[in-house]
Write a protein that binds this ligand. Sequence first.
Ligand SMILES: [Zn+2]
Length: 460
Amino acid sequence: MGKEGPGLNSIRLLFRSKVALALAFCTAISALFLGLYLHHTAYRVVLGDTFVGYVDEPQIVDEAIRREALSRHWKPEELVLLERPTLVKTHSLSSLPSMTPDQLAAAMGPRLIFRVNAAQIWVDGQKRVTVPSPEEAEALLDELKEAYIRWVGADKENIQVVSVEPIEKVEIRTALVDPSQVLRSQEEALALLQQAPLVQQVYQIQKGDTLWAIARQNNLSEEEIMAANPGVRPNLLQVGQEINLTVPDPVITFRSKEVRVREESIPYKVKTVQDNSLYPWQRVTRQAGKNGVRQVTTEVVRENGRIISVETVEEKVLEEPREAIVAVGSKAVDISASGKFIWPTNGGKVTSSFGPRWGSFHSGIDIGVQAGTPVYAADSGYVRAAGSSGAYGLRIIIDHGSGYSTLYAHLSKITVNVGQKVTRGDLIGHTGRTGHTTGPHLHFEIRIDEVPVDPLRFYR
Ligand SMILES: [Zn+2]
């Protein structure tokens, strides 16, 4: 065997070393793979003290937060996260399943606490409503004011609202708040500020008050007042009486000032002039009267729609009234009055005398005669009036001069005309039951300077 050459040995050695080399190579590759495997990186996600899960990329956490914000209906960039999850880098020999963003969002869910920059409206030191931004808070207050102006001046052309200011101290403050507190619908926020819980007030009846006026002053209906006051009778309100008013008490009370311009008519005056070309019973209109026009400007202050004061600030005459001129006759009339009166009808008893009667005053005497009995002029004179006049029914007034006149009422028929001269004893009409009367009779009056006196004192 010694005969084998060294060359063969060398070849064997060479062969062995090649195997070793390959083995070494393989080992190295394996080690490399193992090393790579050992260096596989994952992250433990921890929120507060709670382990949430593993992710293999930090971006998955950001994406999970983003998706959670979206699921709460906010834009991710609008929200501030109070506490971020922490990531702890970790290695593991076994492959760890990484969570997807949705899985992680579900796992963190309610433990993610967001805050948002928002604007709060404070009224007299009380937080009333939270909206997304100061601009929206301003817009909300403007809309509230506009709604009030529309309400106060609704469909009234002649009303100009000049100022509207809240009585309360209204502030807008910005704050980092829980997103669930933010009202993002302007309608909802407006409704919250406009809601007006009812409060009880006691009102004392003033002179001249009516239920309607009180209701109007307080923006209530008569029905609402009646409902708050069972047992109170609206037509029997007495001065000093107290009634309940249930009035709305809104979050913000506006004080408004409005200017109202309205036109009023100025009634014309009647001027009488004596005219001796006319008989005393004649009246002639020389100039027709015409009402003038006045423009009245008032300033009305209201609080929450309720009128606090009304002040007239200007009165301007747009058109002067034109007076009526009426000529009254003063022509002398030849009256041959005797100053003595005859009985104005055929007999009859006095059924009701002159003076107080049934709580009023009987200004003449009632002479009981049948309907159709002749009526005579009690003295000479001229007929000043003849016709229907209210409770008197058909009546005649005869002027006897020297301030004396006689009146005959409830007639069925008149046989003289205004202006006609009559002589004592002339037939002037017939009795009846026109006007207010319980039965046929002649109501007879004698007047001195237009004041009725007891007729019987002239028949003694
Ligand atoms: Zn009478």
